[in-house]
Design a protein around this ligand. Structure first.
Ligand code: NAP
Length: 257
């Protein structure tokens, strides 16, 4: 199959690209950047922006499935434009199966990025295209990044009572690569990591692995977003299907002890 992976350089997209090429699929990778010297072998590299209708029309010619991983965490409104452009371009290009990545609990936690994610899901599902929405819990990568950033200060504040069920991006990629070559499911069952942790413990573990001795201080937060996380809306305990634990991820990625 000819499959387009948007955001194919990102934390998830790079694993999706690898999975699909290993399975013998023809992969087009969309990135805003020019092809680098270390581009994955056997991949057609397309430089373009998800918000550019011409780039998206060109990227979609002859494509049978799209794994839509492009996202802009800092400017989520760009993702809404991207979803509309993708829907329109795909409708004129043979109506490929679109696999859209979402976040567990995004419809119950009123955080601006999550709201945008829900809107992207709605734009794509209401487009009439064959669509599969796969929501996942937070990736392990996110907590290492958080520990790196928060660890710049000697005292590390962490929201009190928040839990997380982190999953390896590679496990999400495996699921998504299977979905891409199958029929559209609408909303697929959520996907979560193997273990639910206290968020403070995750940050402590990552800080320790990074060699940063820091005082982690739980901070009580108020408001609807904090309520959503304390209530566990970001968790999928009934879908703890990711295999790699946070500790295994730290071992595998060489986050030093
Ligand atoms: N991270 C998590 O914990 C998590 C959890 C659940 C679901 N998800 C979802 O999984 C998907 C992938 O997330 P991720 O963490 O892999 O994101 P990421 O690492 O930030 O990768 C996203 C990629 O999108 C590309 N991009 C950004 N703006 C673009 C634009 N205007 N046009 C084209 N490409 C653009 C960027 O690549 P270039 O710089 O190469 O253009 C970037 O590498 C997202 O839908 C996200 O919401 C993430």
């Amino acid at each position: 199959m000819e499959i387009l992976v948007t955001g194919g350089r990102g934390a998830l997209g790079r694993h999706v690209v690898r999975r699909l090429t290993d399975a013998g699929q023809q992969v087009r990778l969309l990135s805003r950047r020019p092809r680098p010297a270390d581009a994955p072998p056997g991949v057609t590299w397309l430089t373009g922006d998800q918000t550019d209708p011409d780039a998206m029309r060109a990227a979609l010619v002859g494509v049978e499935a799209v794994v839509h991983c492009a996202t802009n965490y800092l400017r989520p409104r760009e993702d809404l434009v991207g979803a509309r452009v993708l829907a329109q371009a795909a409708s004129h290009a043979g109506r490929p199966h679109v696999v859209c990545l979402g976040i567990v609990g995004s419809d119950r936690i009123p955080y601006s990025y999550y709201r945008a994610k829900v809107q992207v899901e709605t734009i794509l599902t209401e487009s009439g295209l064959p669509v599969t929405v796969q929501r996942a819990t937070q990736f392990h990568e996110l907590f290492v990044l958080a520990a790196r950033l928060l660890g710049r200060s000697p005292i590390v504040p962490v929201p009190a009572g928040f839990r997380a069920q982190p999953i390896a991006a590679v496990d999400v990629a495996e699921r998504v690569a299977e979905l891409a070559v199958g029929p559209a499911l609408g909303r697929a069952p959520d996907l979560g990591g193997p273990v639910i942790h206290d968020m403070a413990d995750l940050v402590k573990t990552a800080l320790r692995r990074l060699g940063k001795r820091r005082l982690v201080v739980p901070i009580p937060l108020v408001g609807k977003i904090a309520h959503g996380f304390r209530a566990g809306y970001n968790l999928a305990p009934e879908h703890a299907e990711g295999r790699m634990t946070f500790e295994e991820f730290l071992d595998q990625t060489g986050v030093a002890a």
